[in-house]
Design a protein around this ligand. Structure first.
Ligand code: SAH
Ligand code: SF4
Length: 341
């Protein structure tokens, strides 16, 4: 929804100011997607708006749902024909989270990531980002799903800090009480380790959650599989995370996708422990999230469950906060991180 256009159109039509608020409320709070369903607006105005402004900046190509009805994925077709994926899942009873995309594709080309391997197409506008939220609000309502839409995670396609202006504008609107009124602490941004971006978010949104996709705690390995490490190596990342912790005193998640035979032995666990221990307050504020690899590339396989457990217990014994992330939505290839469009 292009809210600027909505405002100027209403003005041109000579509508009173409160109409704008009514319509914004219907879209952002209630997830109404049809002008004729907005109560209290005249039928003629609804028809006029229908002709003039599309509520969404994409059409739905396909909707998938996992058997359990706890995760959904939509493939969306943007106005220029590019395809986008967005995920809606319930991590706990009564709680819904949207995993949104910030770019079509990704320039950073991490070898284990389906999005990265497809290459980069373009940035999304803040409108296209916001529309994913309106879309899931509408979905929750239409499907009469139980619970509340509480969390937004920038863990879909793309690197949020490579499109920061648009992501930033989207976050501003998401936390704005006049629009969506999400709590900052219910929004998370995941980065592959863009140090400039981490500095920016510390300053601009210290209450928004940060996750860093570390995946490797050894420079040679990390550079091989995650080219961004050639620009921001582990030392730079450590000092950036240190400053972030000092500034915000917030918990940071280190995402660690377990790749069989590559980063899942105890030598690598020791590297990870070193990485964390070298950061001031690292043991207190850093939290390791072990993620099951969702097979997308022939080159990689997920670590055995027993290996993941061993890795986890080793970290725990060294007092590193560690959890294994439940991978919701595997069945629909919609777990965050394997969105390829
Ligand atoms: N570009 C950002 C956000 C999108 S990627 C980032 O890299 O953090 C979201 C997450 O999915 C990252 O933690 C990434 O490491 C993970 N991921 C990528 N490919 C995956 C796969 N095939 N299986 C499981 N997780 C994957
Ligand atoms: Fe891009 Fe993140 Fe995938 Fe790396 S893991 S290619 S940064 S989307």
């Amino acid at each position: 929804m292009n809210f600027h256009k909505l405002k100027s159109t209403l003005k041109d039509l000579g509508e009173p100011n409160f109409r704008y608020k009514q319509i914004v409320g219907a879209f952002c709070e209630k997830g109404v997607l049809d002008y004729s369903q907005i109560s209290n607006i005249p039928k003629k105005l609804a028809e006029n708006l229908e002709e003039k402004i599309n509520p969404l900046s994409f059409s739905v190509e396909k909707n998938y749902s996992a058997n359990n009805n706890f995760s959904f994925k939509a493939r969306l077709k943007l106005n220029d024909g590019e395809l986008l994926e967005t995920v809606f899942l319930s991590p706990a009873p009564g709680v819904w989270s949207a995993c949104v995309s910030s770019q079509v594709g990704c320039k950073l080309a991490c070898k284990f990531c389906a999005t990265g391997q497809k290459g980069f197409k373009r940035n999304l506008s803040s409108e296209e980002i916001i529309d994913q939220i309106i879309f899931w609000k509408h979905f929750l309502r239409e499907k009469k799903l139980n619970g509340n839409f509480l969390n937004i995670i920038f863990m879909g396609m793309g690197e949020p800090f490579m499109n920061w202006e648009e992501v930033k504008n989207a976050i501003k609107q998401l936390i704005d009480p006049e629009f969506f009124n999400f709590g900052s602490r219910h929004i998370s941004v995941s980065t592959s380790g863009d140090c400039l971006g981490i500095k920016k978010i510390a300053k601009e949104f210290p209450q928004v959650n940060l996750a860093v996709s570390l995946i490797f705690a050894e420079d040679n390995l990390r550079s091989e599989y995650m080219p961004i490490n050639r620009k921001f190596n582990l030392k730079k990342l450590q000092s950036t995370i240190s400053s972030y912790l000092e500034k915000t005193n917030r918990k940071v998640f280190l995402e660690y996708v377990m790749l069989k035979g590559i980063n899942d032995d105890l030598k690598q666990a020791n590297n990870l422990i070193n990485f964390i221990e070298t950061i001031e307050n690292g043991k207190k504020l850093l939290h390791v999230n072990l993620i099951n690899y969702n097979a997308t590339m022939a080159e990689f396989a997920p670590s055995e469950a027993s290996t993941v457990n061993k890795f986890k217990n080793y970290l725990l014994r060294k007092s590193i906060k560690t959890t294994i992330r439940k991978s919701l939505g595997d069945e629909i290839k919609g777990a965050c991180g394997q969105l390829a469009g």
